[in-house]
Design a binder for this molecule. Structure first.
Ligand SMILES: Cc1ncc(COP(=O)(O)O)c(C=O)c1O
Length: 387
């Protein structure tokens, strides 16, 4: 019998979450009497741990896919994706440009070296390009006067038919925590944008969900770039994904393989970081940090056992972790523990407890955990809604 652990993936939840985002954008766009933005579903990092193949299938209604990795982009084309594919960091070397043109990939240009490589290149077909503007994130993009220069260089390349479509782009540093800071970045974007009527792309999940930002953005062609919310996790500290009607697409669960009785004052696990405050029954769960569960999750981190909420106790070890089942008398060997996802705590709750973010947990489940794709067309949440 295989070790009782699995990662259940729900294409129905991914599709649902994309529809939620689309609906929010359409509602605000109708109010503002402008076209609704196009959506790039961000599927970088193996679709945030859900698998590229699943992402391509579940996000079929997206207007495009965005990622960083060439192998992932090529896989999308091999799977039959014909709509735009955006490489969020553009290309890494001039040698990549043949692939970019061959697979009709759109690129982000954020560095002079990329411009120089394009100037030396004669592609089989022109390449759709976004100029990345640094409006305060200070990670990628041109700033100040360099924006105008880069734009002119790209316009010249467009005339030479190296570049096809040309747009502009930026990335927000604090869309998850500060509308005021994000508005300041939007203002900076408007000031620096050399082509105010060109298509543009600025919104990640947090900025996309915060629809109050839309009235501050140009009414021209806009492409949003949501990632985390499509996977049913929240980009915000204070608001849960469920508050937006988003559903978890990834559920990590494992079985209890042993039960221990612990007397008051006795410790549990490595380092005895947890000491029983009363007599406890402790379930030993077949999941550890080598599966991707965060080792830093402290005692008290929520889990569910057979649908009942309880807590992690003691330090997470490589292959096992321990949970308190004292108040769950029916729980024992074979009980199902949801570490995060449908029927358990949200990935954001676990992440917050462990001092990290849902993004890290979703992308960190290791290869040894068997993946099971949910074939149901409804999500667990929808099942619950119907009851
Ligand atoms: C340039 C860019 N756009 C969009 C995203 C999607 O962000 P999120 O997952 O927060 O929606 C990311 C993610 O880091 C990014 O780097």
């Amino acid at each position: 019998m295989p070790r009782p652990i699995q990662l259940r993936l729900s294409p129905a939840a991914l599709t649902h979450n994309l529809a939620v985002v689309r609906h929010r954008l359409q509602t605000v766009s109708t109010q503002l009497q402008r076209p609704s933005p196009y959506i790039w579903a961000v599927i970088k990092a193996n679709a945030y741990g859900h698998g590229i193949d699943l992402g391509v299938q579940a996000f079929a209604q997206a207007d495009g896919l965005a990622m960083l990795d060439f192998n992932e982009a090529i896989r999308c084309r091999e799977l039959g994706w014909t709509k735009p594919i955006l490489l969020l960091e553009g290309f890494f070397s001039a040698d990549d440009l043949d692939l970019v043109a061959r697979y009709d990939l759109s690129i982000v240009v954020h560095e002079v070296a990329q411009l120089q490589a394009l100037q030396q290149f004669s592609p089989a077909r022109p390449i759709s390009t976004y100029l990345k503007i640094n409006t305060g994130m200070h990670r990628l993009g041109f700033a100040g006067a360099a924006v105008e220069e880069a734009w002119h260089a790209l316009r010249a390349l467009q005339q030479q038919r190296v570049v096809r479509f040309l747009g502009t782009m930026t990335h927000f540093a604090r869309a998850d925590s500060s509308t005021a800071q994000t508005l300041a970045q939007i203002e900076r974007f408007q000031q620096l944008n050399p082509a105010p009527v060109a298509p543009f792309s600025v919104c990640n999940s947090a900025a996309t969900l915060n629809t109050s930002l839309q009235s501050h953005l140009p009414a021209t062609e806009q492409w949003v770039r949501p990632g985390i919310c499509l996977y049913g996790a929240s980009p915000f500290d204070e608001e849960a994904a469920a508050d937006y009607g988003l559903r978890p697409a990834q559920t990590l669960s494992a079985g209890i393989i042993s039960v221990q009785r612990v007397q008051p004052g006795e410790g549990v696990g490595y380092g005895h970081t947890f000491e029983a405050e009363r007599a406890l029954r402790v379930g030993v769960v077949a999941c550890g940090y080598a599966d991707g569960y965060p080792r830093h999750a402290p005692s008290g981190t929520p889990v569910t056992v057979d649908g009942q909420r309880t807590r992690l106790v003691g330090r997470v070890s490589m292959d096992m972790l321990t949970v308190d089942i004292t108040d769950l008398p029916a729980a024992g060997v074979g009980s199902q523990v949801v570490l995060w996802g449908a029927g358990g705590p949200s990935v954001d709750e676990v992440a917050q407890s462990a001092g990290t973010i849902g993004y890290e947990l979703l992308t960190a489940v290791t290869a040894r955990v068997p993946r099971v794709v949910d074939s149901s067309t409804t999500t667990h949440q929808e099942d619950n809604d119907e009851k």
